[in-house]
Design a protein around this ligand. Structure first.
Ligand SMILES: [Zn+2]
Length: 190
């Protein structure tokens, strides 16, 4: 899939899978794990700002290293970083839910598998990986890496360095693949 259409569909697919994981988690999680609480309202704008800002930095990093401003990266990564938190929707509506059901390795594997089938753009898949790990690296507290199969919670801060590293590497790979795609296109006869 090409251009803005690929970006738009990636956002739609990502959001749909976040909400699907959230819905499944409401049914699949044991009651004892449904302790997800909504952040203090006053803390939300700051948190979202940090998330979006890190996303923009990664998009720029992926772009600048290859001396090509990649708008796809600069728009896509922050959007995906922010909408990962759509999985807080039930608690925003006052419904008990497990903590961060889409902050899960099974979630990101599912997303990448669906993108690989539908969008078929390795550069966009790398950007999506970058956004997901960027989000996990900014969050603090608990997350369920094997949601919705298991709601055993782990401490995010213990993996923070690894998540930051993965986010940066994936952004660089996305920039590299994006540029390679462009040069291939330019070399093709019209
Ligand atoms: Zn989050």
């Amino acid at each position: 899939m090409k251009g803005e259409r690929a970006i738009l569909w990636t956002v739609i697919i990502y959001a749909a899978i976040v909400l699907t994981f959230t819905a499944i988690s409401l049914l699949a999680s044991p009651l004892g794990s449904q302790t997800g609480k909504f952040r203090e309202l006053s803390a939300i704008p700051d948190h979202l700002l940090y998330l979006a800002a890190f996303g923009v930095v990664l998009g720029l990093l992926g772009s600048l290293l290859y001396r090509r401003l990649d708008l796809n990266l600069i728009v896509l990564i922050p959007v995906l970083v922010v909408i990962t938190d759509l999985d807080h929707l039930p608690s925003a509506l006052g419904i008990a839910q497990p903590i961060r059901p889409a902050h899960s390795l099974i979630f990101i594997i599912t997303v990448i598998a669906v993108l690989a089938l539908v969008i078929r753009r390795p550069d966009i898949e790398a950007a999506t990986l970058s956004a997901f790990f960027a989000h996990l690296s900014v969050d603090t507290g608990l997350f369920p890496p094997f949601s919705p199969i298991s709601f055993a919670y782990y401490e995010l801060s213990e993996y923070q360095a690894a998540f930051v590293a993965l986010a940066i590497i994936a952004a660089l790979v996305a920039g590299f693949l994006g540029r390679r795609r462009l040069t291939h296109k330019l070399q093709q006869p019209p």
